[in-house]
Design a protein around this ligand. Structure first.
Ligand SMILES: [Mn+2]
Length: 299
C-alpha cells in the first residue's frame, strides 16, 4: 500500500512539475534536424507544456531542412519564430527570385510547399514578451532604432512580405544598400535598411553608426582598427526596454551581456546548438553537432 501511495504521489508530483511552462530560446538551426531533436531531448522539451523561441535561419545548408520546417510547422502553436536571411532566401527561391540548392530543393518539391512557405512568410522579424523581458530578432535590432521604431519598422516589412505584392517587393530587397539609416529617405531604401539590419547585421561603424554587412568573423584587432564594433556595443545605440536575443553570428559564438544574448553557436559548422532558458534560472543547454559542414564559407 505504501509503495502504491508513493507511486501515485510521485506521478502527481511529476505531473504538477511539468505543468510549469518553460520557455527556451534556440539559435540558428539551418536544417540540422537531428541536432535539433537531440537538443530538445536534452532539455526535456515537451510541446504540451513548454514553449520555444527560435532566432531564425531555420533552413538551408543542413541536410534536414524539409524535416525541420515540417516539425516546426507541426508544433507552431508552441513556438515563436523570427525570420533570418536564409528563411527570406528560401521564400525568394519559392518565388523564383533566387536559385534553389540541394538542401532546399526538397522543400520546394514537397506537396506541402505552399502551406509551409505561407506559414514561414507569416512569421515576424521581431518578437518580444514584456513579462519575460526579452525581444528576439535574427541579427539583432539596429542600434539606430528606438523601441517604437523597432516595432513599427518590423511590422512594416512583415506587412509587405505577407502582401500580394510580396514577390515584386522582395525582388528589390536583395541589395545590401549602404547600411545608413535615413528615416526620411525613399521607401525602398529604408525597407532595405530595415530587412538587412534585422537579418544580416553584425558590425557597425563606431563613429557613424553605419551598419557593415561584409565582415563575417568575430571581432578582432583588425575590425577594431577598421573602426567596427559589434552592433550591440555601438555607442549610438538607443536604449531598449528588453534584452535582445539574436543569432546569425556563428563566429561570435555564445555571448551574453546585460543587453544582448547571441544564441548562434554554429551547429551547421560542426559547432554546437544552444538553448537558453528564458524563464527560471536562465541556464543554457548545448549539444555538439559533429555532422555539420567544414567551417569557413558563407554566412
Ligand atoms: Mn543568418
Amino acid at each position: 500500500m505504501g509503495g502504491f501511495l508513493k507511486d501515485i504521489l510521485g506521478r502527481m508530483t511529476r505531473l504538477w512539475r511539468r505543468r510549469e511552462e518553460r520557455v527556451w530560446a534556440i539559435g540558428d538551426i539551418q536544417g540540422c534536424y537531428d541536432d535539433l531533436q537531440a537538443l530538445l531531448r536534452h532539455i526535456d522539451f515537451d510541446p504540451r507544456y513548454d514553449r520555444l523561441w527560435i532566432a531564425g535561419d531555420l533552413v538551408n545548408r543542413g541536410a534536414g531542412s524539409l524535416e525541420t520546417l515540417e516539425y516546426l510547422h507541426a508544433i507552431r502553436d508552441r513556438i515563436h519564430v523570427v525570420l533570418g536571411n536564409h528563411d527570406v532566401t528560401l521564400i525568394a527561391a519559392y518565388f523564383g527570385l533566387k536559385k534553389s540548392n540541394p538542401t532546399i530543393d526538397p522543400i520546394l518539391a514537397s506537396p506541402r510547399a505552399d502551406e509551409l512557405i505561407d506559414w514561414l512568410r507569416s512569421q515576424p522579424f521581431l518578437h518580444y514578451n514584456p513579462t519575460l523581458g526579452y525581444a528576439m530578432a535574427h541579427a539583432g535590432i539596429s542600434p539606430m532604432f528606438d523601441w517604437d521604431q523597432a516595432v513599427m519598422y518590423a511590422r512594416r516589412i512583415e506587412e509587405k512580405l505577407q502582401s500580394s505584392e510580396a514577390r515584386k517587393w522582395l525582388k528589390k530587397m536583395f541589395q545590401k544598400g549602404k547600411g545608413v539609416f535615413d528615416p526620411d529617405g525613399d521607401e525602398i531604401t529604408l525597407d532595405r535598411y530595415i530587412i538587412n539590419s534585422y537579418t544580416r547585421m553584425r558590425f557597425c561603424d563606431k563613429k557613424s553608426g553605419r551598419l557593415d554587412y561584409d565582415q563575417k568573423g568575430a571581432p578582432t584587432k583588425k575590425t577594431d582598427r577598421a573602426g567596427l564594433v559589434p552592433w550591440y556595443r555601438c555607442k549610438h545605440r538607443k536604449p531598449l526596454p528588453y534584452r535582445i536575443l539574436f543569432g546569425h553570428w556563428s563566429t561570435l559564438g555564445y555571448v551574453e551581456t546585460k543587453k544582448a544574448v547571441c544564441l548562434d553557436t554554429g551547429c551547421v559548422w560542426q559547432g554546437k546548438m544552444t538553448a537558453r532558458l528564458l524563464s527560471g534560472d536562465g541556464r543554457i543547454a548545448q549539444v555538439n553537432c559533429p555532422d555539420g559542414l567544414e567551417p569557413g564559407e558563407g554566412e
